[in-house]
Write a protein that binds this ligand. Structure first.
Ligand code: GLA
Length: 413
């Protein structure tokens, strides 16, 4: 099964997509949705594997998003099971236009009472996780729901398609149930959905970018305090483009590699007698640690420094100046954190050789995407160099496309 989403043009008008999705919803469920909400994917400019170490990150929301059309079931609604028997109105129906094997809509159904981790598999676990954590809040009762998803965030590309779905679901339910949740609280709740329900031990960066991102800016986030600042990222004004190279190599944060890195960091922090690697001083003596832990710790400490440096440069209006920090970040992720792979290294090296001012893997690694900060005039040159290098290396053709820092999540209609 191909993990790729059918390519849709990035920047495809969200209002047009939302109208189409509402019409489709009515066809699928026989009634109009209460509304349509969107949540973007993200690119992490810099600050990788620092979020779960209480560190700094600098991601931005991209112009590709998950849209969800949602209708709350009314209390007196009678829902028919597959065999025609009447069930209660606490049934959640999920459907997605993502159709990798051409079998039509992908669907899932569950009941809200007793919903527990493991009850819903595949993509449905993300909205189910959100229903689960909201239901655990004092005084919140989540009714049955009908939901239809459509997303332009490629699946499995390391651009947070799953977090976009979680965030779209929580902003929709927050609105419809009148919960009045603040955005940082929504970030924590969707992180809980991911950790406790989906079972992926991820940090708080991706949801925060999707919830708090703004057009033309990157989100400087302190993952310990959740304090954040929008830092201008005027790439186009500086004659630059951000290219994403989706290697097509699948990755999953529920697999062992991500959790193993996280565990190494926790061991390192414990051995150094601190609560998290954020608390390790610059000149700390790492000699008591084993070689592998030293490399992991060294990456986290140096990456936090690079984020702060990148923020300084952007505040000073020096967008190009971020380039060499991206390259240094990639080297550290490749050599010290060991989460890159041959395709990501090839994408980065080729982009740099073809004129990118900076390039690095983005997201958790072990596959997924690289980004390159490229002078707009050299965009085509970089694209074709990467395509040729992948063909020459016997790798599957990568998907290369431009992204711009876009708006965070919200209601579309
Ligand atoms: C994934 C996780 C994030 C973060 C990155 C690595 O995207 O979801 O929380 O840990 O990997 O920086």
């Amino acid at each position: 099964m191909s993990r790729r989403q059918a390519a849709r043009p990035a920047g495809h008008d969200d209002g047009v997509r939302a109208d189409a999705l509402a019409r489709r919803f009515t066809e699928v469920y026989g009634r109009a949705p209460d509304g349509v909400w969107r949540a973007p994917g993200r690119v992490n400019l810099i600050g990788e594997h620092t979020d779960y170490n209480d560190g700094y990150v600098l991601p931005f929301a991209i112009d590709r998003s998950a849209l969800v059309a949602v209708r709350l079931r009314r209390p007196d609604e009678v829902v028919r099971d597959g065999d025609g028997a009447a069930a209660a109105s606490d049934v959640v129906d999920l459907a997605s236009t993502y159709d990798p094997d051409g079998s039509g809509l992908s669907r899932a159904r569950f009941r809200v009472p007793g919903l527990a981790p493991g009850a819903v598999a595949g993509w449905g676990a993300y909205p189910a996780g959100v229903v689960h954590v909201l239901g655990s809040l004092d005084g919140v009762e989540v009714p049955g729901v009908e939901l239809l998803l459509d997303s332009t965030v490629p699946v499995g590309a390391g651009l947070s398609s799953s977090h976009a779905l979680e965030v779209a679901t929580i902003v929709a339910l927050d609105d419809l149930l009148g919960l009045g949740l603040e955005r940082p609280a929504m970030a924590r709740l969707t992180q809980r959905a991911e950790n406790e329900f989906v079972g992926a031990p991820t940090g708080i960066m991706d949801q925060s970018a999707s919830l708090l991102g703004r057009a033309g800016a990157a989100l400087f986030l302190d993952c310990r305090t959740q304090e954040s600042e929008l830092v201008p990222l005027p790439v186009a004004e500086h004659g630059l483009t951000v290219l994403v190279v989706d290697t097509g190599v699948a990755h999953s944060h529920a697999d062992g590699g991500y959790g193993a890195r996280r565990a190494s960091c926790e061991r390192g922090a414990a051995a150094l007698g601190v609560a998290s690697l954020r608390d390790v001083p610059e000149q700390a003596d790492l000699s008591a640690l084993d070689g592998e832990t030293v490399r992991r710790v060294r990456h986290v400490l140096s990456e936090n420094r690079r984020v702060l440096e990148a923020v300084e440069r952007l505040r000073a209006g020096d967008v190009r100046g971020v380039g060499n920090l991206l390259a240094a970040s990639h080297a550290s992720l490749r050599d010290d954190y060991e989460v890159s792979c041959p395709e990501l290294d090839l994408a980065v090296d080729t982009a740099l050789a073809a004129g990118a001012v900076g390039a690095r893997m983005t997201g958790g690694g072990f596959g997924g995407s690289a980004i390159a900060l490229v002078p707009a005039a050299q965009g085509e040159q970089v694209r074709s160099a990467v395509a040729e290098a992948f063909a020459a290396g016997g790798h599957r053709a990568p998907d290369v496309f431009a992204v711009v820092p876009g708006e965070g999540a919200g209601r579309v209609r």
